[in-house]
Ligand binder design. Sequence first.
Ligand SMILES: *[C@@H]1O[C@H](CO)[C@@H](O)[C@H](O)[C@H]1NC(C)=O
Ligand SMILES: *[C@@H]1O[C@H](CO)[C@@H](O)[C@H](O)[C@H]1NC(C)=O
Ligand SMILES: *[C@@H]1O[C@H](CO)[C@@H](O)[C@H](O)[C@H]1NC(C)=O
Ligand SMILES: *[C@@H]1O[C@H](CO)[C@@H](O)[C@H](O)[C@H]1NC(C)=O
Length: 365
Amino acid sequence: MNSRLSRNLLIIAFILLFTTKFSSCLIEHASFDSSQVKETEETKQDESSEPSVECVECFGDLNPSESSPSSDDHLNERPVIGIFTQPYNDTHDYIMASYVKFVQLAGARAVPIEWRDSDDNITELVSKLNGVLYPGGSTPVRNKDGSLSDHSKKVELVTNLVKEYNEEGIHYPILAICMGFQQITQSEAPYKDTLTLREFDSANNANNVSLTEDVSESKLFEEMPDHLVEALEEENITYNHHYDGVVPDVFEKYSNLREEYHMLGVSYDEKDQEYVAVIEAKNFPIYGFQFHPEKNIYTWRPDMEIPHSRVAIEFSQFLSNFFIDEARKNFNRFDSHEEAFESRIEHIPIDFPKDGGQDIYVFEI
Ligand SMILES: *[C@@H]1O[C@H](CO)[C@@H](O)[C@H](O)[C@H]1NC(C)=O
Ligand SMILES: *[C@@H]1O[C@H](CO)[C@@H](O)[C@H](O)[C@H]1NC(C)=O
Ligand SMILES: *[C@@H]1O[C@H](CO)[C@@H](O)[C@H](O)[C@H]1NC(C)=O
Ligand SMILES: *[C@@H]1O[C@H](CO)[C@@H](O)[C@H](O)[C@H]1NC(C)=O
């Protein structure tokens, strides 16, 4: 029995070996013609006389510049986005890596804006960036009296600089997510009732967005494909994680918000309370979302109800592309490629907290 089995196996192995060899021969034979032999020989000669271009680039022998030729003179194809740090614990600040990957997804580099840095340093950094992102988080947005927290003041400094650039004709976008959206709102209307604290039951909640009439005047929605608009309205593709929020009345009540921003969409929490979900500045490329588009693609905590459906991912990818397309209209740049390279977030150590899958960049205070 045993010897018959091993003999059969031997025969099968022999047949397999033979067919594999034979069929690969067939393939080689099919593509074999004399012109190709000649081409291969020429290529070989080229390779032996000069190193290949890839090698030169790898080892940095090319002349580094931040203004390499672009296929379109009207676009900056080397965009760099600044992302704000915020407090993590007594010794460290942080940036959640999902925000970094969210801008890299569309072809941009990420540079940290360290919120503890001096106003002068932040101002100088902003002059070299092509867009900024205000992330979500749980840093206090305002003090009890409605005035801005120290962190929100740094965000406000950058918002004001960005507005000045835009007023001077330099296109400069901001993308503000969750807490970042709340910070912009609070800084436009620094009152106690702008941000409603701890009232919303929208922690760990997949939701839809009901759009307002203002979408007809929105650049974001002008460019959004119809099937994504439909999914946003009808499927629960946005991920929300907040107790604080902005009620739509605030946008009626305070003139800075009413006159300078479109309220483009609202969502409802588990208790059916309405909160503002999407805003867009009327005169600036400033966009704010109460939900988290970066989490759909990059956050995998099993205890979070994050929509990972095909259309939810495509929606997030659209928002990333839209924002970075805005940044490509900005031609600010670092003094040299080295300076841009040194500023990149990749120089910051990354940490993997044990809570199940949200890697963070950590900054020693
Ligand atoms: C703060 O977090 C960092 C990064 O995870 C860690 O190395 C450090 O020990 C923490 N500090 C405190 C005081 O917990
Ligand atoms: C501002 O930048 C300078 C030069 O890079 C640095 O030496 C200084 O520590 C920075 N200031 C703050 C407050 O971080
Ligand atoms: C969007 O969500 C709201 C509240 O959860 C719900 O009442 C509404 O029917 C949803 N819209 C659509 C089109 O599904
Ligand atoms: C969206 O979520 C709401 C509230 O949790 C739920 O009532 C509704 O059925 C969900 N809609 C879809 C299309 O899953």
